[in-house]
Structures are given as structure tokens and as C-alpha cells.
Design a binder for this molecule. Sequence first.
Ligand code: FAD
Length: 484
Amino acid sequence: MNTLSATTAFLDEAADLLGPRGLTTDPERMDAWLTDWRGRYTGRALAMASPASTDEVAALVKLCARHRVPIVPQGGNSGMAGGATPDETGTALLLSLRRMDAIRSLSPESGQVVAEAGVILQHLHDAAEDAGMRFPLTLGGKGSATIGGLVATNAGGTQVLRHGTMRGQVLGLEAVLADGSVFNGLVPLKKDNRGFDLKQLLIGSEGTLGIVTAACLRLLPAPIGRVTAWIGLDGIVEARTLLRHVERDMGEALEGFEVVPAHCLDSVLAHLPDARSPLAGRHKWNALIECVSAGADSAALRERFETSLAAALEAGMFEDAVIAANERQAEDFWLLRDSISAAERAIGPAMQHDISVPVERMPEFILAASPAIEATFHGTRAVAFGHLGDGNVHFHVLAPPGSVRGEWEESAGKDVSARVYDLVCEWGGSISAEHGIGQMKVPELARLHDPVALSMMRSVKLALDPLGLLNPGKLVIASPAACA
Ligand code: FAD
């Protein structure tokens, strides 16, 4: 059979399997899903499959294995590393999980929800809230990001400080493996020592080891009290001092501690016409702090927080602060924080680095790395914002004014990133704190990661996906020769 007729045979069989709603080759219907959220990668696909059940995913993956068709799994396409975008050859099948969007069960008594891969994070939040519960992980892309994508990237967000990443939320997992078999690990057991924790192997594997079809996730009782403050500070070192102070005073109630430099706030205010700065003056740094309590009501929590902030002000840790008067104002604060990526994107080309270093060293890292990058790459501007409490910031380097989008990233931008990642490694950090490797960081991971760790990853990949059909070119590149 020649290539064309082999492709036609595959597409005919896939169409029989999935029906008209489940498969399309229409360029217009596929178009929006072939470019990543940041607009850095555009690929082509043989077709886009949208199976409606785990059985359909399993049958489709078997069919792909028989025809040697590569598969690119995709959820909400909100990932930041190009992991859900196929390459330009057009030989891969784009496998969308978005039609699998059922919440199979939700039990407030056991604090568990079983959600299919295509459930959008915001919908999960809404369902949990309706049941008097909450899912303790949130992020700026919550209107698009799906459970499958969150699991596959081991997403973090703004509550990691207290609740951890997806690794801490997933109690059980259902996934289709490269040969079409179904790993059924949905039923959670508090204790289970039957060998490897296979669900943890799949979490963060970015679609390279299996297709996540459903997850059992933990829920917590809805909080009784919530208090959110916007703080103006003179420096990032002061932000760390304040973090430690509030941690001591508020203990487990402290859930989020985000930092926003003046440049990022200016960008957001320019980007969102209706937004206003929470504070009257302009401060070099801002911190967004949130405390949540299941034990104390809002008034008691607020009182404790106000006492803590008063002591911090007295000690000169910050310049000004406002505590949200109501939920609406708290949401407005979060909107400012969550809009930074979109606002920066609107300004012009930039290289984004989602990096971590030990929390204690983060302020010094920012103070050393920002001027070092700006001095080496003339006209650039380095800004760092995000999850200071987790030792994780988004270190963005904005291109010199007038740079052409698409061109700068592919030329000087690559040198900028290499230098940033070198600095991160010198400071004992990670080149990917929460967005994953995707296709964006494959060369840098190969250049900078521990060779033993890379070799272990390749061995796992080869064992679980010997034909290399699951999300090729992403995260881990394995061939039998590379492992020898
Ligand atoms: P996609 O983008 O579709 O896919 C991401 C990766 O997962 C790809 O490799 C894909 O192949 C794989 N994948 C998707 N679904 C499956 C599946 N069912 N089975 C196997 N593999 C699959 N991320 C954070 O961690 N923290 C943040 O604070 C954060 N903030 C963000 C803010 C904004 C404004 C935006 C747009 C994004 C943000 N992100 C953040 C990134 C993004 O939301 C997360 O990476 C999210 O987990 C991606 O989910 P998705 O469904 O869109 O996945």
C-alpha cells in the first residue's frame, strides 16, 4: 500500500470508529487548535479526533498503533510550552479530549470527584462549589485548561504554597497506554504498596506515556473565611521578609503569595481599560496575599490578618496595603495578577521563562539575573512575577522596542533563554517550574539536565511507548540508540 492509500485507510477506519462528530479533516475546524496559546508554534495534523469515551480512545489508540500514526493529545490548548501542538509534517493525529467532559461522580462525604479529561477547570470549581466543596488548585487559564491537561503537565497555580501541585490533588487515574490498553487506577486507596506509583509516573508526562481519560481528585470543604490583600513594597527582598512574617502569623491559613513588579502592573492597567490600581501610589513591587480558613469565619480571619499586617508595617516591611472589602474586590485583585501574561503578550515579543530556585534565594536571583540579562542583551527588559511563595517566578525578557514578533524569538531570543537557563542552573534551580518541557524546552533539557535523570526518562519512554507514537518531539526524545 502506498502512503496515500495507507492514510486514507486509516482515516476511513477512524471515521467508522468515531462517527461524524468524532473526526474531522476540515482545515477550518482544526485551525484554532493548531497554534499554541502563545502563538509561538503552528503545526499541521492529519485529522482531529474527538472521542466521547474511554473505550473510543482505547480503540483509536490501537488503530493508530496498527497504522503507526503519531498522536498529539490536546485538552484546552492553554499550555505554555507548545506541548499540544503537532509538528509541521501533518502526519500526526490531533487527539482532542474536550468531548469527554463529564463529571462521573462527586462525593462531599468522601471529598472526592471523578472528572473526565475534558472537564474544564472552571467547571470543576463550579461543580465543587455547588456541593459546598472546593478543588484547591486554580490558575489564570482556568476557563480553558482541562483536567487531562492539568494532570499531564502537573500544573501548579496560585495555591501551591498551601496545597501543592496536581501531584497532590490526584488520588486516582484512568489512562489509555500506547498499545490501547487501559490503566484503571481510578479507585483511590489511602495505603497501597503494590510497587511503583504508576499514576505519579503519568502525572507530568505531557502526553508522552499515556492519554489521561479521567482522574479522581480530592476536594476540600468550601472555606468559611477568605481575606485578600494587595500590598505595595519598596523591594523584592522586603517581599520575602513579609512572606516569612505572614507565614509565621497565619500558618496554614496562608494560601497564596504572589509578587507583581510595577512594570507588570502598568502593562495590565494599560491592557484592561476598566482596571484600576488597588493602591494610590506606584510601588516598585506589589504582593497579592490570600488567606483562607475552614475553621474561622471571615471576620476572625480578617482580624488576625490585620494584626499581622499592622506589625509588618510597623517593622517597615512594606509601604502601603489594602485589604479587599468584599469578594468582588478580591476577584479584581486576582484579575490584575492573572492578566499579566496576556498584557505582556500584547506589548510585543518576549521570551518567557517559568523557573524556580530555592525560595530563600529568589530575591537575590531576581536582583542579579535581571540586570545581567539587560546588560548582555541591549534594549531588553527583564521582569519577574508570580509565585514567590513557591520559589517560582515567570522570568520574562521583553524584546527591544521595534523587534518583530516571530523573528526576534527565533534569533536573539534563543540566546537570551540560554543565558537565563544557565543562570538558573548556577543558582541551583529548575528550567521548568510548572509549565513543563513541551517542544519549547527539549534542547535546553537535554543540555542542562542530569544525564542520569535523562537516561531514566528515556528508558521509561521506550518501555511504555516503544513505537514512539505518543506526542513525539515533546519532553523526552527516545530511540533505542539513545538509550544504549
Ligand atoms: P493543553 O495545553 O491542551 O496540553 C498541555 C500538555 O498536556 C500537552 O503536552 C498535551 O499533549 C498534554 N495533554 C493534554 N491533555 C492530555 C490528556 N488528556 N492526556 C495526556 N496528555 C494530555 N500553568 C501552571 O501550571 N500554573 C499557572 O499558574 C498557569 N497559569 C496560566 C495562566 C494563563 C493565562 C494560561 C493561558 C495558562 C496558564 N498555565 C499555568 C498553563 C496551562 O493552563 C496549564 O499548563 C494547563 O495544565 C494546560 O491544560 P490544557 O488542558 O490547556 O492542556
